[in-house]
Design a protein around this ligand. Sequence first.
Ligand SMILES: NC(=O)c1ccc[n+]([C@@H]2O[C@H](COP(=O)([O-])OP(=O)(O)OC[C@H]3O[C@@H](n4cnc5c(N)ncnc54)[C@H](OP(=O)(O)O)[C@@H]3O)[C@@H](O)[C@H]2O)c1
Length: 294
Amino acid sequence: MLSFYHVLSTLSAIPNVTLNNGVIMPMISAGTWQYDGPTAEQVVKLALSLGYNHIDAANDYNNQVSVGAGLKGVPRSSYFLTTKIDSQQQSKTAYDATMKDMELSLTQLDLDYVDLMLIHFPPTGNDQYCAAMQEQWRACEDFYKAGKARSIGVSNYCPSSFECILKTANITPAVNQVEIHVGMGPDPGGIISYCKGKGVQVQAYSPLGDGSSEPISGDLVTGIGKAYNKTGAQVSLHWVYQHGIPLSTKSTNPQYLTDNKNAVSDDWKLSAQDFATLDAATSPSGHYSFKCTK
Ligand SMILES: NC(=O)c1ccc[n+]([C@@H]2O[C@H](COP(=O)([O-])OP(=O)(O)OC[C@H]3O[C@@H](n4cnc5c(N)ncnc54)[C@H](OP(=O)(O)O)[C@@H]3O)[C@@H](O)[C@H]2O)c1
């Protein structure tokens, strides 16, 4: 088990961002997507032991019980826990079903509250499902008001989804978690500038392209990294960070976890020229699973 002092001593090493409700969120989280139970528990423990203080989970990763096991015994205020719930399509049942899913997450994680609860995806076809989306957001607001989530937000939301929920929302989402990596440009589909205008913090997922080679071992990022004595993956992650975007990345490898944490730091900075080159990169252009079109 980690000592309280060990966890505290590592907190200052990770930069933070302040969300629109004043909650402070660490700029890098350790992801848990695609891990079976034992791997998820092991990765959570490993990441915390290496100084991470933010874990990214989701109801539909089917490993939340194990994520919770990995967090056992760690002082609750020393880490930030993000999780996600599935979308709803039926307006009549969306509120209750969302509440049930959020409560299930707390039960599975064995926590009294999460730091950030996200709606994982909007249902496909916003216009048809707008009423359900509004009801789902209303449930998130009530969960937040009950103190069970310190902040609430969305994921994979494009402007059309925001236009729907903001018609009835009392609380603006704190975060929109979307795919961002080198090759997608500095404002994929215009979602970063759109969210900025609404006071929503964009957070990047798959900042290494879900393990695709170009953001890790491609000539562009490894070439730039040589001047800074950094790996290609560190260049890719730092490009996101230097844009002021928090990110979630994952690894089971202790060296990679350490490299990634060290990449999200003010100890080094990409030159204006290298930054612009990475902004302009169009490769791996085809490798993304999500990008806004409307
Ligand atoms: N909201 C959403 O819809 C959504 C979607 C996707 C992901 N996410 C979240 O974001 C997290 C991260 O995204 P992601 O899982 O797609 O992956 P990612 O961080 O883009 O890539 C992870 C892959 O890169 C490799 N890797 C990591 N660090 C490395 C390094 N320093 N050097 C070389 N290779 C490295 C890992 O390999 P090894 O495992 O072999 O180390 C792993 O295969 C997820 O786990 C999940 O929590 C959210």
